[in-house]
Design a protein around this ligand. Sequence first.
Ligand code: ZN
Length: 312
Amino acid sequence: MNNFCLLSNDVETTSIWHNALRDETGLKVLKEGMPMLLDLYEKYNIKSTFFFTGYIAKLYPEIVKMVLPFGHEVASHGLSHKKEHGFDVMPLNMQIHHLKESKKILEDLSGKEVVSFRAPALRVNGDTSRALLESNYKIDSSIASQRFDLFMSFGGLKKLKWLFAPRLPYISKESSLFSKGQNGIVEVPVSAMILPYLSTTMRIFPKITSYQRRFLAFETERSGKPIVFLTHPNEFIDEREENKIINKRSENPLASFLQDTLRSKLKSKNLGVNGIKLYENQIEFFVSQGFNFCTIKEYCSNSGLLERTENK
Ligand SMILES: [Zn+2]
């Protein structure tokens, strides 16, 4: 098979500027972030995968419908991006409810079967594989193999399992998304090499990302591993004219500076138009290297991975 670059977009109401979930941000995502992304993909004739939360799909149904004419894949990003609805903390029956409900909302809006899932904040637990199978999903893209970010995101300790997950797409165990098996969900890991390779790092450390992509392209050349890049339309909107509310998580001034002020400053770097330019640079690099772009579902189907699970 040729070299593939799978671009993926998580669509939600998260405001990076305010560090909060906001319906107004969702509206900006619909009116500004999504059109920018769709134009960019059209310019390079790219098909990608959009993971929507059920919440934003219900709030602004047009956000799902607008991707359909371009042939992008509609996929689920769970029902809600609230921390208490993380797939690492919800019990099995709640995970199944969130998976089935978001699938139904997205299928009703798109008229297409939804088979791919990415957990909000990439948070999953030992039940998620079973929950996905029971809700008739076929593909997951929540594992960032060999990514190490103990202190950078929530659920850090559980994410240590990422270090030992296979690098190439695989059929997972029925009991775990983190290891290879025969009858489970097809896992398409998000690209990482210690640091995550996604648009947050791209905005904060553009130079590091340019080295990362060369390394990953070299790896693809050797092993055939597809590049899986994760971005969000909420990174390409501009909320800077609004007064920032920093939600303090700590009363200790030093901890508050490190965890809240500094983190929030870093995370807001290159939001908006600057961010989309950096993203276009990424895309141009892969175009120049002769990569092909397709949806995650198309990749799994063309590589035979989907067929292998379906024949069981
Ligand atoms: Zn998300």
